[in-house]
Design a protein around this ligand. Sequence first.
Ligand SMILES: [Zn+2]
Length: 353
Amino acid sequence: MPRCSARYFHLDYKSRPGTAGKAQEKVTRDARDRVKFSPMRVWYNPRYYADIGENHVFPMRKFALVRDRLLREGTLRPDEIVESRPVRVEEALLVHTADYVTRLRAGTLTERELRRLGLPWSKALVRRSFFAAGGTLAAARWALEHGVASNLAGGTHHAFADRGEGFCVMNDVAIAIRVLQREGAIERAAIVDLDVHQGNGTATIFAEDPRVFTFSVHGAKNYPLFKARSSLDVGLTDGVRDDDYFAALRDHLPAVFAHEPEIVFYLAGADPYQGDRLGRLALSIAGLRARDELVLDECRRRAIPVVTVMAGGYAADLNDTVEIHCHTIRAVRAIFAPSLISTEQEAADARRA
Ligand SMILES: [Zn+2]
């Protein structure tokens, strides 16, 4: 277990006996009272999958595998998974240039652009990008109402306004923020990007927008070679383990909340993992779970709506990547909706939704 993470690590206070447990239970209940809680909602669509060849380093199967595991183990009930719809083209155009979106849809990106993207073009790839962005947008709307929601995809933070890059076709989080800003649903937002690679596309898209705080914790020597400038960048040296990672995150996370965001988008990348092929850091699976709990609990304590998206994960063993992503949703369950058994009110809300 990472140093100093104990108070974040075990959030199932009710299972702890004794007076201390009761005191903590009260704290938990008081914090929860500040947010209107609801049944969990997680967005997913089978169209998140696109065939890019089985030997590709990008594990396209992970989306379905995460969903299947969460259902099988009972972390999610089937009625808690909502089928994503695609964002509209005009919504994508709030972030991306018309030229890029037109050529992306038509399949006329240049060889150079496709090399940079690192994925083979197909109609299914374009479709998945629109559906994944739709999942993030819908999750954000739900989180604004109810405190938390997740998308079992998204976090494609290397996508710029005019190009895709590093397996990222469109920037789902940027699109969600721009749509919500346009609707007047939010003004200020923050992005907590803990994928191991810097969120260069996101940082560039919001560089001139002081309403959006971009926070990226990444490997300083890792891709992308040339970093963009986020509101706050924390570049870590190769081989950083749980303790140092936690210290850095704890030190810098308060800056995110000082920005007073109305919503937080959390990119819970699985690639800081020690077994990741593209990560260069050395976090354990338990350390990554504790990381998720820290971010989620800090949002909950402040009653700031939070949306989790998956971002990257390239473990040598796909099973590890899936497990790390599942942990994020388990952490959401543990922190925001500890009971799998619906109250009558929750059941009624779920039927209406
Ligand atoms: Zn990454």
